[in-house]
Design a protein around this ligand. Structure first.
Ligand SMILES: O=C(O)CCC(=O)C(=O)O
Length: 277
């Protein structure tokens, strides 16, 4: 029994490694999430950056509510089953007319998660289109083996290590995942994907939520995650608390611990210690 996706949609996801668009919140709700993000940015005097972009749902109740949104979880459950952890979330924010881009990569290359039953729900809080640098994906590449990556540490690359796949990509075969505010795309951990710079006059804000079933393991070190639906019978991750109030002391401490672990996983074996997405 499927909750949210049709059989046809699920078959498409299994065949291609992605699906888009899925409307999960209204335009007004997307604008309200954006306002809450920007209210914090105004208060702190700068765009959300560095560690704050990672696992923001441990710090902000509004981000936590998105991670637990039933429409998102219903679709995710159709793909990975009923016992769902959020491993992490990442804000991918491209400022207007800015050079930041995401090189072609497979998420699986650095995340240390096994098996590959991992899905990202990428929720657009603004328009994400060709001009603003929407995500583009190479359909079917999630069925290939893990591809070798090289670390470029390019300063405009939004990925932690500037990692990119070490093989040519035939961009003519790419699919552009254009989204309106409040829509999401879904993609598999092994799908090759990337995105170009934002050449529009507006911000491009995406909130990428990484969900795993509880049977997935972290192979690099003891890691943490948040139970979002169902039960955790596996105990493979230390369970993270939901924030009770934005940025309260308990939330800040839980976030610091969780991001330390995440950074250690992502930078395992890297020659430079940087943190971006
Ligand atoms: O937001 C982007 O342009 C890229 C996102 C991405 O690489 C991801 O969600 O895995």
């Amino acid at each position: 029994m499927l909750n949210a996706l049709s059989k046809k949609t699920l078959d498409f996801y299994k065949r291609t490694g992605y699906y888009a668009p899925v409307r999960v919140i209204t335009l007004q709700e997307a604008s309200s999430y954006r306002q809450q993000l920007e209210a914090y940015e105004q208060l702190s005097g700068a765009p959300l950056q560095g560690r704050m972009r990672v696992k923001s749902h441990l710090l902000f109740t509004w981000a936590d509510s998105l991670v637990h949104h039933p429409k998102i979880l219903n679709a995710v459950e159709d793909i990975i089953g009923p016992n769902i952890l959020c491993w992490t979330s990442n804000f991918f924010i491209k400022e207007p007319m800015s050079p930041g881009f995401v090189s072609w990569h497979q998420d699986a290359a650095y995340w240390g998660l096994e098996p590959d039953d991992v899905v990202t729900a990428w929720v657009a809080l603004t328009d994400s289109n060709l001009q603003s640098g929407c995500m583009k994906v190479m359909p079917g590449t999630h069925l290939e083996s893990h591809i070798t990556h090289i670390d470029t540490f390019d300063e405009n690359n939004m990925l932690t290590r500037g990692q990119e796949i070490a093989v040519e990509v035939d961009e003519s075969k790419a699919a552009n995942l254009m989204l309106e505010p409040g829509e999401m795309s879904l993609h598999h951990i092994k799908l090759v994907h990337g995105s170009a710079p934002n050449n529009s006059l507006n911000r491009r804000i995406g909130f990428a939520i990484r969900y795993i079933p509880t049977h997935v393991r972290q192979t690099k070190q003891r890691d943490s995650a948040m139970l979002c639906r169902g039960v955790d019978l596996d105990g493979n991750f230390d369970l993270e608390p939901r924030p009770l109030k934005d940025m309260d002391a308990a939330a800040v401490a839980a976030h610091a611990d969780a991001v330390d672990r995440k950074v250690a996983v992502l930078l395992d074996g890297a020659t430079k210690k940087t943190l971006r997405a």
